[in-house]
Design a protein around this ligand. Sequence first.
Ligand code: HEC
Length: 174
Amino acid sequence: MLKKAIWIFLLSGCGGFFFQNCQKQQETEKSQSNTSTNSTQNLAITPKPKLNYAKYTDSTLYPNGGSELAILMREMYDDMDSVKKLVLRGELPMDLREKFAYLHSATPTDSDTKHENYPDMAKAFMDNLNRFYEEKDKEKRLKLYKVVVQSCISCHQTHCTGVVKKIKKLEIQE
Ligand code: HEC
């Protein structure tokens, strides 16, 4: 019973805590359009990536739907899982910087999310992601991959802490 509850919790991720996501999302979108320029000033032009809404709001996996940020994060998790496999094989992964940069502007479930340390953590994450992509040496790139995953976890220590265990699956063990 408990196991089942945990499983549902993991699958529904953070969005699972909130009902009527869509409604709430529309409201926050409106209220954020005036204020968002402050926190995203240095990345004012973050083009919106094409997100796979059909897959990442599949109601059998995500019964409570999800915010734009939640959907981006779900994709980021799967993308990083593919990156991990390529890095382990010493191959150069596809460049996901432009897509991931959208974490600066994507609308979160909870409108308070972006007000705390979020912008700094997002910037630190993007800086580490840049270092990872700029590294040509396979071994060093592997180390930088680990740093990127640590930056996911760092932000998740204060935001959406429930998925840390899941993100840890992206780690590469020695
Ligand atoms: C700057 C902070 C930050 C960084 C960096 C970050 N996340 Fe998130 N993540 C969040 C927030 C905030 C949410 C909650 C989104 C919402 O509910 O709208 C979230 C949600 C998630 C979720 C749950 C989505 C759901 O189903 O509700 C997963 C999985 C996830 N992140 C994985 C990752 C991975 C993997 C990385 C690194 C590649 C990462 N995150 C980097 C802040 C961050």
